[in-house]
Design a protein. Sequence first.
Length: 562
Amino acid sequence: MVELPDYIKNRYWKDYLPPGITLEIDIPQDKSLIDLFKIGSIEHGEKVCLDFYGREFTFSELDNLTRRFAKALIDLGVKKGDVVALWLPNCPHFSISYFGVISVGATVTAISPLFIAREMSYQIQDSGAKYLIIIDKFMKQYKRATKTELPLEKVIVVNVEGNKPDVPEDDMIIHYNTLMEKFPEPGPELEIEIKPKEDIAVIQYTGGTTGLPKGASLSHYNILANIYQIKQISDYMKDEYIKEDLVAISVLPWYHIYGQTCELAQGPIAGSKAYVLPTFDMNTIIEIIKEHKPNTFLGVTTMFINLLNFPAFKKVDLSSLKYSNVGAGALPVELAKAWEERTGFAMGEGYGLSEASPVVTNAPPWAKKKFGSCGHPIANTLVGIWDNDKQDFLPLGEAGELVVAGPQVMLGYYNRPEENKTTFFEAGGHRWLRTGDFAKLDEEGYIFLLDRVKDLIKYKGHSVYPREIEEILYEHPAVLECAVFGIDDPVKGEEIMAHIILRPEYSNEVTGQDILEFAKENMAAYKYPRQIKIVRSLPKSAVGKILRRVIRDKEIEIITKK
């Protein structure tokens, strides 16, 4: 039996937590996600919840629409335990569908708006979804899939502008409007028993940058626990830091767990107002900031980099944006400095993953800063550093795989019993999730992410962390975005390569050789990239995370063809 080291047993980070964060909070054991939604509608009633291009929805109105839609789903045949796929961009219909599905005891699996027919078909088949709620603009892709690929019972078609979809109804296809017209009133409350710790609320698919995507089974309790963990931070932020109600720019895609938990599901209990955007539209973001003075903005690294380098953004008064937070990827030190200089406020950072609903750590703007750290574990969460070779915990300061235990950790991968055996282990009376991320803990409990385990580069026996190299490359004034990765080499183990996007003003002045010379001067001889390629774009996930593995695979393909 593996023993827990003292730093975990004693949770020594308790002495270094930022204001407003505690080791433990009370998390309701018997409430479901729909209970939280109801609490929000009662407590915040006529406050505006969502603003979608000028169309405002109050908490009460959204509750009314959601209950009507839930009645329609039951009438359509949706039962407890059924899986319902949502193929929608951020819009009020996504909220109505999400809470409507879980309120009837069914399970949501949300599909990326960037997917094509093949990817959509895979998720529907893998999740066993019986129903699909889809925006009319995606019907072209839907029709490219065959009926054998889509074992669906019904397809509900939505027009986000509220119009009748230009899609004929038949035995399979029905309009959202048709369903809502059948139930003009919500009627009495539904009486459906939900077991929060057992019933799956969401099957959240991972990015799939290595192998096929797999679904993380998140129970009502998993997500509810994470909402309460985040609420502790947002309550302090609202009362002590921002000192006003939360008004957010909501541009993170809700199909992704970051946007889904931290914006969509968090909204009702936080009583926040969100300006909802279906895409990352910088001109619209600028107009929202100018006209409505939002104080909260959750995003990913590439979003903030692009905004800071967008000419029109440089003229905008950003003094209202008191809380901005980076998640779903590392926060480069240079970006953190540039954002604080531009707005006057430090940027927050967090770490999470789909398998943890997603939030694991947080470094809010008011915390003591340690650049390169994603902060401390949030309440009710344990972290440790694991040695895969020795199958034991490592001491403080040593690098290994970050492992996590807490109420937000998933039930397991959906229908993947063999993978679940290698993903979890038991130690010290806790069930630990192996995250696949290299990290280390310092003497004050700050967590420093080094890289993905699978992205680690082995150069002549040395361990090279791509993120560390990228941080240094970002210090060069010409570098806008970059990705570092390893290519197999029979002599060196792996060759270190970097793809770089230059800032427009440097495109004709700086070469790959210039960047290479900079790298040689600023890092150890075994770390600097031996090959640098200037590119126009880098492949990214729907939330803007740079996909190193995709770049690496394309480079291997090019080399193989030579």
